[in-house]
Design a protein around this ligand. Structure first.
Ligand SMILES: Cc1ncc(COP(=O)(O)O)c(C=O)c1O
Length: 399
């Protein structure tokens, strides 16, 4: 391997959200405990990005107002074409600080207070928040779970989309937390339902580069011309390249009418003055133009971590079922077999007995209450230590 994915870097006391949260929950933890929660990675950022940022400061020591350059747009267009075979145009790209604020801007731009918005649950918990903040109504279409795999309940989705008050579907593609990479066939069915019922699709594709072998991401806007014209696609290099702190995303909107409404809300109505700061712009350009070798190695490491955990849990802790992670770097565990009566006791067991700091499943919706979401973007040694602690705690629980 050309890059280092093995060194464990402590972020204790350095302002990392998840490390600080863990220390607050338990200030007396052993030094080798690393949180496996919030979705950033425990890997050092690609040297091509770090060196490029340093170079920018040396070459041009002015931190003024900056706008995306042609090289910026070329880098975004090049990445989408090469990685996803998606041909986009410069004018479709709307840079934005990050994806969650873009969801808020989209809701405000395309719907009215009291309108209803569909989400498929369990799902990334800020989807609930952005609908609540903007005073729209949440309509949930629960995913079907057969004990092995999640699928979309198309009958339920179609029934709910046919409600005249439902104006938007926020799609999570690939889906956080259940790890599904929606197939082209599934996306076609979603598109049929949404086009028939005039429901706009806001597709959050922030995890789209994070694919395990055998999975192919289909950008929603490539399903058909009509689907492209009825959608807003949220993308960012932040999950892929571990650059979330740089706050830089690209919202891709083919339909000029929708794009104009979005930009109107974003700039002229003041949701965001300067959508992306200059180091964010540099980060996007560097990641997409120079980061590909790091990206391919990183995917191999995530896949090996995924396999390690599947094997370890499968062989040693049958009470837990690791669900297939087709995409993202977030594994979803069904912990029902541990036998806890409510989510509080499961979460207490993980944090206090096993010193494991995951994202507790209940946060993603009621159906997730006996589940945990594990961030596996870390050196494998960190996962091995986590498995030692889990095994000890489960043995005590069995006795
Ligand atoms: C589905 C999804 N959307 C958005 C985000 C956050 O995006 P941002 O940091 O750009 O707001 C995350 C982070 O985990 C995510 O999983």
């Amino acid at each position: 391997m050309k890059y280092n994915f093995e060194t464990c870097i402590s972020r204790k006391g350095k302002g990392s959200y998840k490390w600080d949260e863990m220390s607050q929950q338990n200030p007396n933890l052993p030094d080798d405990v690393s949180p496996l929660s919030v979705a950033d990675m425990e890997f050092s950022v690609a040297p091509e990005i770090l060196d490029g940022l340093k170079q920018r400061l040396e070459d041009n020591p002015i931190l003024g107002y900056e706008v995306p350059t042609n090289d910026y747009y070329d880098a975004v267009i090049g990445w989408m074409k090469k990685i996803h075979n998606w041909q986009i145009k410069k004018e479709w790209i709307v840079p934005n600080g990050s994806v969650v604020p873009a969801l808020v801007t989209s809701i405000k731009a395309f719907t009215k207070p009291e309108d209803s918005i569909l989400i498929m649950t369990p799902v990334y918990y800020p989807f609930y928040d952005v609908i609540n903040y903007t005073h729209r109504k949440i309509i949930t279409s629960p995913l079907k779970f057969n004990g092995e795999k999640y699928t979309i309940d198309f009958t339920d989705l179609a029934a709910k989309a046919s409600d005249i008050n439902v104006k938007m579907l926020i799609l999570c593609s690939p889906h956080n937390p259940v790890g599904r990479v929606w197939t082209k066939e599934e996306l076609k069915k979603i598109a049929n339902i949404c086009l028939t019922n005039k429901v706009l699709v806001l597709s959050d594709e922030i995890h789209s580069d994070l694919l395990m072998p055998g999975s192919i991401h289909t950008p929603y806007a490539t399903i058909s011309e009509n689907a492209a014209d009825n959608s807003v696609i949220c993308t960012a290099p932040s999950k892929t390249f571990n650059t979330a702190g740089m706050q830089a995303a690209n919202i891709i909107i083919k339909n000029p009418y929708l794009r104009n409404l979005f930009e109107d809300q974003q700039r002229r109505k003041g949701d965001s003055g300067m959508p992306v700061n200059l180091m964010g712009l540099q980060t996007v350009q560097l990641a997409y133009s120079k980061g590909e070798p790091w990206y391919h190695e990183m995917l191999k490491v995530i896949d090996s971590n995924r396999q390690y955990l599947e094997d370890y849990i499968g062989n040693n802790i049958p009470e837990i079922k690791v669900l297939p992670m087709e995409g993202t770097y977030l594994q979803w565990w069904d912990c029902t077999g541990l036998g806890f009566s409510d989510y509080q006791t499961l979460n207490k067991f993980m944090k206090q007995k096993a010193f494991l700091f995951f994202d507790d499943g209940y946060m993603f919706g009621e159906a997730g209450s006996q589940f945990e979401r594990i961030n596996i973007a870390c050196p494998q040694a960190t996962l091995q230590k986590a498995m030692e602690r889990l095994t000890k705690a489960v043995k005590k629980l069995r006795n």
